[in-house]
Design a protein around this ligand. Structure first.
Ligand SMILES: Nc1ncnc2c1ncn2[C@@H]1O[C@H](COP(=O)(O)OP(=O)(O)OP(=O)(O)O)[C@@H](O)[C@H]1O
Length: 199
């Protein structure tokens, strides 16, 4: 399974051309405001865009937006929450798996009994990642997934991502941490003024 991006652009950024094979991670570093988050949102089809994107040969244009987003999971730097409690954001059927992932990511055992407003930024970030992983997407687009985390939790997130890569997931990770990019990624690219270039 390959994620293929050709001529992806909007009025602000691009065009982008990129291929990421199954089990491979591409990291994107670059200055604040250079277009990294916009790029991920365009791949997830959450922002206006032109160009061709396909997954395992399936053209995104032939797939409904909700179906595409089930296969391509975006975890924003600040995940959104629509309810007050943590629990209501997690399907009851998947609670056991969610608890396993929470444990792997060093989250407190009672995290699912809390209210969203009680959570730290790093707890929200990890729960956002768990939400995306529970949907079992073929592609993970992670926007600064460890930006608010301590070193131990950062390594736990990286270990989980490696596990998903071994299972054949495609990953694109935006990070300001060049050491993390070197640890995780098979390819590291730099975003500069809305264009991707080799590091
Ligand atoms: N909907 C929008 N309309 C107009 N400008 C936008 C929009 N979304 C983003 N921008 C601008 O596009 C540029 C790229 O934004 P983006 O969020 O992709 O940056 P980034 O590289 O992810 O930065 P950071 O590292 O700070 O998160 C910024 O100048 C931003 O202000």
């Amino acid at each position: 399974m390959t994620l293929s991006i050709e001529g992806l652009r909007n009025a602000l950024v691009g065009p982008f051309d990129l291929r990421v094979e199954a089990g491979r991670c591409t990291a994107i570093v670059g200055a604040s405001g250079s277009g990294k988050s916009l790029f991920l949102r365009m791949v997830a089809d959450l922002d206006v865009n032109e160009g061709a994107v396909s997954l395992a040969g399936d053209d995104r244009a032939a797939i409904s937006a909700p179906a595409w987003r089930r296969r391509v999971g975006l975890v924003p730097a600040q995940p959104g929450w629509w309810g007050e409690s943590v629990a209501e954001h997690f399907d009851a059927d998947l609670r056991t798996r969610a608890a396993e992932l929470a444990d792997a990511l060093r989250l407190p055992a009672d995290i699912f009994a809390r209210q969203i407003f009680q959570l730290s930024t790093g707890e929200r970030q990890r729960l956002g990642l768990i939400r995306a992983m529970l949907a079992d997407p073929d592609v993970l687009l992670l926007d600064e997934p460890t930006g608010s985390l301590d070193p131990e939790a950062t390594l736990a997130v990286e270990a989980l991502l490696r596990e998903r890569l071994e299972a054949g997931v495609v990953a694109i990770v935006v990070t300001h941490d060049t050491a993390q990019a070197a640890r995780l990624a098979h390819t590291v690219l730099r975003m500069e003024a809305g264009r991707l270039a080799p590091l």
